[in-house]
Design a protein around this ligand. Structure first.
Ligand code: ADP
Ligand code: MG
Length: 271
């Protein structure tokens, strides 16, 4: 393993989530948000779902979370059809989803309390997660006293404390300013080097997708379908601890440009 990078191989790993020809239609079938979505999400793999606004990224994530059901096809978690949200799949949204009446510690404990984790263990795990996210000194602070980046760290800590096998992230850093966003991305890389999570990340930020993901699934819009499904070969199985290490890679600019071209094609198509 190179210093500052993480080796990541998926050979001999199994699909944690499978989408088998899934479609989601609205308005009694008249409007198709997504269709023909067949994807295997492999254990430990970070996949970014990318595409223009309205192409169905959030819909796919909601199908996997169990908040919505496919109109056709099937979505499986651990080989079984998904029947609703479950503790195996932790969801992280763009909006800070902390409870304002609970402290940072209380927020991180909350999900574990629902899962009936013994109180003392929940407290210990919550403190560890707060410290991991550099929030150890803010355990007793309420969300209103925290910055946007800190609130989002509380929300992510709460989800991770529940120890889901799969992390579903929908534009998780979309509301943060550029520097905080970048810090959060590097923090995610650090967390993922310690925790073997399967991650499905929705983002419209192309650089973020390339930085965080091992694989990018690009969607067409209206109807949303998988247009490209690429493994980021230039990373050679590594995740870069620092963003500039990735930006310096010879092939980085090429893949970034390719994604912009795909994005433009889709935006022009829909006018
Ligand atoms: N409950 C719903 N009823 C009708 N249309 C919806 C509903 N939810 C999403 N859509 C539509 O489905 C399409 C895909 O939405 P979404 O998954 O949110 O896209 P994205 O996250 O890629 O921007 C959009 O055209 C959106 O307006
Ligand atoms: Mg969305």
């Amino acid at each position: 393993m190179n210093a500052g990078t993480q080796t990541h191989s998926h050979s001999s790993r199994s699909a944690v989530i499978r989408s088998v020809d899934a479609a989601r239609r609205y308005l009694g079938g008249k409007f198709t948000a997504v269709e023909n979505v067949s994807l295997d999400f492999m254990k430990g793999q970070v996949t970014a779902l990318v595409g223009p606004s309205g192409c169905g990224k959030t819909t796919v994530l909601r199908l996997i979370s169990g908040l919505e059901e496919p109109t056709e096809g099937q979505i499986l978690a651990g080989g079984k059809p998904i029947e609703g949200p479950g503790p195996d799949r932790g969801m992280i949204f763009q909006a800070y989803t902390s409870f304002p009446w609970l402290t940072a510690l209380g927020n991180v404990e909350y999900g574990m309390n629902i899962l009936k984790v013994p109180k003392a263990e929940a407290r210990e795990r919550a403190m560890q997660w707060l410290e991991t996210f550099h929030l150890g000194d803010f355990a007793d602070a309420y969300p209103a006293e925290l910055s946007g980046g800190m609130k989002q760290r509380v929300a992510i800590a709460r989800t991770l404390a529940q120890n889901p096998a799969v992390l579903l992230m929908d534009e998780p850093f979309g509301a943060l300013d550029a520097q905080v966003r970048w810090e959060m991305q590097e923090m995610m890389i650090e967390i993922l080097s310690r925790e073997d999570k399967t991650v499905i990340l929705v983002t419209h930020d192309i650089q973020e997708a390339i930085y965080l993901a091992d694989r990018i699934v690009f969607f067409t819009s209206n109807p949303g379908r998988v247009k490209h499904d690429i493994v980021l070969e230039f990373k050679n199985g590594h995740r870069f601890a620092r963003k500039e290490e990735m930006l310096k890679q010879r092939d980085y600019a090429e893949i970034e440009a390719q994604l912009f071209v795909w994005m433009r094609e889709e935006i022009q198509k829909t006018g």
